[in-house]
Design a protein around this ligand. Sequence first.
Ligand SMILES: [Zn+2]
Ligand SMILES: [Zn+2]
Length: 237
Amino acid sequence: MSILNQIFLNICLIIRQILPPQPCLLCGSATTRQGWCAACHATLPAYSASKCPVCALPTPHGETCGRCQQQPPHFSRTCAAYVYSFPLDKLILALKFRAQFQLARPLAEAMAQQIQRMPDCLVAMPLHPHRLRVRGYNQSQLLARELARQLRLPLFSSACMRTRNTSTQSTLKWKDRNRNLRDAFSCSAAISGKHVAIVDDVMTSGSSVNELAKSLRAAGATEVSVWVIARTLPDDR
Ligand SMILES: [Zn+2]
Ligand SMILES: [Zn+2]
């Protein structure tokens, strides 16, 4: 780490200690932690159950699930820090729709703890330019920026584009999501020959990351991993 970076981090640390406690986004009690308090932290649904290493859906002994064996996706593994359920869903929605940017750092820290195999670079799940204009920011880009900083990995911000403004995936049934996303992404050759990790907030059917992984592989990526804050489990829908 350069001396300038070290000084900057120390200044951030001092500022955090000086700032008055902030309300926890989940219960409202004052906390010096970023985003949520220690008591609420203990209630977050960590994803510790045995799961398929490829798609992160539960399997009895952590083996690859039947679906991934029969129809392997275009990515090799999925790392998910949490199950997408209460009260974590409130934090993700606050980051995604209420511009609670301070959540990106602690959520990225939880994601970073799950990583076992380091990629060569990161890309964020892109938003279509129209949706980016409406929302004003891309929450996956905020997470990817934090992860790149924490893990000292290059982030290829403009390597992937969403070329079609697809319907919002969450309004569709799981089986309709693949069709909705066909040819939705284009990726530059910057990622050729690299192991790329896609950073996204939530993985539900996996259709979006699979379509992006397909485009990354077509552009020459040798391997694709998927990093998400949380995995939606089928029973939770
Ligand atoms: Zn709290
Ligand atoms: Zn699987």
